[in-house]
Design a protein around this ligand. Structure first.
Ligand code: NDP
Ligand code: AOF
Ligand code: ZN
Length: 358
């Protein structure tokens, strides 16, 4: 029995829940007995049963004495569902192989499994498991959604010209990857000007992709109701994060936020989205909104697509504007996690050095 290969299969199963599990982790499970896998399952959505239970439902024979592979420690608490450990014990599983411990403070599944005499192996492909569920582990640690910024810029750091043109900075392959991000993130946030200038739709245009909820940040609600974003065919809603006690006839729900310097208090908006079970937010700009997130110290990650063009011009729009650091020592610091090439473009995936993702 190759622990790593079987755990990789759990990760593959777990990923089928991407975009659907919200603040829950992505979990895959399989039962291995006498040299073969006798059942597989995964956590399908935030509201569905856990991976272990789904796996037990798909068994083709009695799992007594078998090994359960699961990428997260089985739960031991009563949440929306009864504890998985009880079912693991009841089914007569002899050994449980795990990638990651569950950092949810309500969970101590290992203790209960050990008390029942079940052998435990932990830490199999631990780092890969942490990366897979980085949003969940981040949520548990910081009690808020993971916030990532995404933008496409020129070699000289511009995301739009002075006439606010930003169409087709990055190429098609980069744009396809953005739709994968939209699939994986629970919410997308844009600033009012980006909606007005780009007529953004913010849906996921991959086949069988999952739409995120769409959030526009605006202190007033003077939008054309015919904009696509208010008329999408989507199972997710469009929201406007706003201030004051306004009402609207737009096809959008309002999220009433605290006010900060006459604008939406982004910390409050992020906290309210967390209450709506949003585990991750992709901020798709523009410059003013990106800068506000940076100033609020709410940027955990950045996906930066760089296209080999130069825009130049004092009045063109940079990825970040605002006041800016006075000295390099004061610059916000990120670490490059991943570099990928998409035809002509490259993408940098970076993370805030002050956040602990482990
Ligand atoms: N290349 C790329 O990847 C992208 C490029 N763009 C480009 O960026 C340009 C638009 O960017 P920009 O003009 O900077 O505007 P934004 O899209 O960032 O919108 C800013 C507006 O949002 C509203 N807002 C409300 N609360 C806040 C808050 N807390 N912080 C910041 N804004 C808030 C404000 O309007 P109010 O107070 O009136 O409500 C503010 O003026 C467009 O040309 C677009 O094409 C946009 C996204 C991505
Ligand atoms: N998705 C998942 C687990 N998730 C654990 O359960 C918590 C959510 O519980 P509930 O509200 O009942 O869905 C979540 O925060 C995490 O600790 N556990 C598992 O054994 N297997 C699974 O597949
Ligand atoms: Zn469980």
């Amino acid at each position: 029995m190759n622990y790593e290969d079987l755990m990789k299969e759990c990760f593959k199963l777990a990923k089928k829940g991407a975009g659907r599990v919200l603040t829950n982790p992505m979990v895959g499970a399989l039962v291995y007995k006498d040299g073969e896998v006798i059942g597989r399952g995964y956590h399908k959505s935030f509201y569905d049963e856990h991976a272990e239970i789904d796996c037990f439902k798909n068994l083709k024979e009695d799992p007594k004495g078998a090994t359960l592979f699961v990428n997260l420690e089985p739960c031991s608490h009563f949440g929306k569902h009864p504890p998985c450990v009880d079912e693991v014990i009841r089914r007569g599983i002899a050994k449980v192989v795990i990638a990651n411990l569950d950092t949810n403070p309500k969970v101590d599944g290992i203790k209960k499994l050990k008390e029942a005499g079940i052998e435990i192996v932990t830490g199999v492909l631990e780092d890969e498991g942490k990366k897979l569920n980085e949003k969940f582990f981040f949520n548990m640690k910081y009690k808020r959604p993971l916030v990532s910024l995404k933008y496409a810029m020129s070699l000289d750091g511009k995301i739009a010209t002075e006439t606010y043109d930003s169409k087709r900075i990055s190429g098609e392959k980069s744009r396809t990857y953005v739709h994968k991000l939209r699939n994986d993130y629970d919410a997308i946030i844009i600033g009012k000007n980006t909606l007005l200038k780009d007529k953004a739709r913010l849906n996921c245009r991959l086949k069988d992709g999952v739409d995120p909820i769409r959030v526009i940040v605006a202190s007033d609600l003077a939008f054309d109701p015919d904009l696509d974003i208010f008329n999408l065919e989507s199972d997710k809603k469009t929201y406007i994060g706003t201030i004051g006690d306004k009402e609207t006839n737009l096809n959008a729900d309002l999220i009433y936020c605290k006010e900060k310097d006459g604008q939406v208090d982004l910390k409050d908006l992020v906290a309210k989205l967390y209450e709506m079970n949003v585990s991750s937010i992709l901020v798709e700009g523009g410059s003013i909104l990106n800068s506000s997130f940076l100033e609020e110290d709410l940027v955990d990650k950045v996906y930066e697509f760089i296209a080999p063009i130069v825009v130049a011009g004092e009045n063109s729009r940079s990825a970040f504007m605002g006041e800016g650091a006075k000295t390099i020592k004061d610059a916000k610091k990120f670490r490059i996690d991943h570099i990928e090439r998409f035809d002509e473009d490259i993408m940098l995936e970076v993370r805030n050095v002050y956040r602990n993702f482990s």
